[in-house]
Design a protein around this ligand. Structure first.
Ligand code: SF4
Length: 405
């Protein structure tokens, strides 16, 4: 069985990140997964990401217990299931962080910061906690769903970035230090460019990393952006994957089909899905999700402008037209035979199949596409039997096409 050896180190890095978090040694800032983590780190905060907690709950199948608790307190079953998993866990006073990292609770925030570049849900989710903890909160609200990101938009977002500095100073007790911000941003840029190279190793056949390895390997780039630890980890991982490419060692021994995954992972079904695709000699060679943490516009010489640009131009914040261009580029770059669109019931923000995109991509690329109905955490919206038979038919269709092309 294929094994990425660096994973042992990644587990250690993640354990170190969580261990002692919230013990009072460092002030804690909560941040959205594509929020201004570098700016927060430059003030000396340890940065905690509730979405990472949501994903951990999903992957460890805790959502089944926690989502109903959030629903009983008034949240609809249509609301982002990261939010309802996280809030249910909070209300139930249980967290997988205890078993996995020895934390009794999620760390109490000294400051809460969000960016609605991904969705408005984070604003409501984070405000819930700000009200409970009586904790200061600040939001960045960039223009949404844009085709091109212009200077006007960047100027607006730069203003918003700068407006949270006084709150950060109050909550951290430290003055803003431009050199420190540049230093953190440089570390973040280095790590994100390494992550990009890691993902690009999957251009090779057999690919040494696929979607299901990628969503595990992305832990440090989500929670440790701006640290030496993240940079060091991706250097190690890249080295191993490049060696595997050179030795022609990949996730699959025989790689017959290469797919693209659009949208959120189905966290509660990762193992089954991964096994299914391995058994069918299929690699999911690229995804919008793993690519979401590539911020190649970071420039430490222009830290505010480049942060505003990088965090505003992310895939999820773009128009349908811009997203189509991204997908076309990735499908060609990774020699994709078909695209899977995950229509996540509780995250329309990251479900791109609802305005005709599958058919558009099918016509542009002349490859099969398929929509999986499911959800990131709420497995009541995912029918395994139905989706597996749809996927079997989809893979057969691709194989037949490849045979005759
Ligand atoms: S993007 Fe989707 S999954 Fe992520 S926080 Fe927003 S609604 Fe939830």
């Amino acid at each position: 069985m294929y094994n990425i050896e660096a994973t042992v180190k990644m587990k250690e890095v993640m354990k170190n990140y969580f261990s002692g978090m919230g013990n009072g040694e460092k002030k804690i800032a909560w941040c959205t997964s594509v929020g201004p983590a570098e700016l927060l780190r430059s003030f000396g905060f340890e940065v905690y990401f509730p979405e990472n907690h949501g994903a951990l709950i999903g992957a460890t199948r805790g959502s089944v217990d926690f989502i109903p608790v959030a629903q009983m307190s008034g949240f609809s079953n249509q609301v982002c299931s990261y939010t309802t998993s996280d809030i249910g866990s909070f209300l139930k006073k249980e967290t997988p962080l205890t078993k996995h990292y020895g934390l009794e609770n999620v760390p109490r925030p000294d400051l809460i910061v969000y960016n609605t570049n991904q969705c408005r849900e984070v604003q409501d989710w984070f405000t819930y906690y700000s009200d409970f903890y009586k904790c200061p909160i600040a939001g960045i609200h960039p223009p949404r769903h844009i085709y091109e990101v212009t200077k006007d938009e960047i100027d607006l977002v730069v203003k918003q970035f700068k407006s949270i500095i006084p709150l950060c100073e109050d909550a951290s007790g430290n003055k803003f230090n431009l050199d420190k911000f540049k230093e953190v941003l440089k570390l973040s840029k280095d790590a994100t460019l390494l992550w990009q190279k890691v993902l690009r190793t999957a251009k090779a056949s057999p690919a040494p990393i696929g979607f299901f390895n990628g969503i595990i390997q992305m832990g440090p780039i989500v929670v440790l952006r701006g640290t030496q630890e993240a940079k060091d980890y991706y250097e190690l991982l890249l080295k191993e994957l490049e060696q595997n490419v050179a030795s022609k060692i990949g996730v699959l021994k025989e790689e017959k089909i290469r797919l693209f995954w659009d949208g959120m992972p189905i966290w509660g079904n990762i193992r089954h899905m991964s096994d299914f695709f391995i058994q069918n000699n299929t690699i999911i060679a690229a995804s919008t999700y793993c690519n979401s943490w590539i911020f190649d516009d970071f420039d430490e010489e222009n830290p505010f402008e480049s942060s505003a640009l990088a965090y505003t131009k992310i895939f999820i914040n773009r128009s349908e037209k811009a997203k189509i261009e991204f997908l076309k580029h990735w499908a060609e770059e990774f020699r994709i035979d078909g695209i899977l669109f995950h229509d996540a019931k509780t995250c329309f923000n990251n479900s791109n199949s609802r305005f005709g995109m599958p058919l558009i991509m099918k016509n542009i690329l002349n490859i099969p596409v398929m929509v999986i109905e499911g959800d990131l955490n709420d497995m009541r919206f995912y029918s395994e039997g139905q989706n597996i038979s749809k996927m079997e038919t989809f893979l057969e269709q691709i194989e037949t096409r490849k045979m005759y092309s």
